[in-house]
Write a new protein. Structure first.
Length: 180
């Protein structure tokens, strides 16, 4: 299914399609892990408004990539500097995979792997020595995907609330090979 797939930088014209991918991705991936009423209430138009503002304000080291096939978007990923990391001279610069989503019908087709490979390459080219990500603790399918991509849980955990329900996350890390 990755034939005729093109991975490219996201543009402002892609925001509405990315918002639809993201909201559908949340609804499929987080069913049973977050309150269903919250997931059912996700609105692609509202998400597009937020995405548009984030995209316009993103510094150049934040990269948004889309997977395109036959003129339509079939995936989105974003990475940049790790949040909460000082990046000072004592610590090598680390990046964070902020998001990687596909429409549910495209999961298992190789598109996610192609997007991940593009993110790993671009992050290394930007000089990141490692990449981390946060994933819901109960999202077994995503955790297996990240583990197959070389990420390992590093023991860090955090919990946030969605409509009063605790949602635990675990952090994964992966070293990057310097891009030559």
């Amino acid at each position: 299914m990755v034939e005729h797939l093109r991975i490219r930088d996201m543009t402002a014209d892609d925001v509405d399609a990315v918002a639809a991918i993201r909201t559908r991705g949340w609804q499929a991936a987080y069913a049973g892990l977050m309150p269903q009423t919250y997931l059912d209430g996700l609105d692609p138009a509202e998400d597009a408004e937020q995405r548009r503002a984030l995209f316009a304000a993103a510094p150049p080291e934040v990269v948004n990539l889309v997977a395109e096939r036959d003129g339509g978007l079939v995936g989105w990923a974003a990475f940049g500097p790790a949040r909460g990391q000082d990046g000072g001279p004592q610590r090598p610069p680390g990046g964070e995979l902020y998001a990687l989503y596909l429409p549910p019908e495209h999961i298992g087709t190789g598109i996610g792997h192609a997007l991940m490979d593009a993110c790993l390459l671009r992050a290394a080219q930007q000089g990141f020595r490692s990449l981390c990500l946060w994933v819901l603790k109960g999202n077994v399918r995503a955790r297996r995907f990240y583990e197959r991509a070389g990420f390992l849980a590093d023991g860090a955990e955090d919990t946030y609330e969605v409509d009063g329900t605790p949602v635990p996350e675990v952090r994964y890390q992966r070293p990057l090979t310097p891009a030559g």
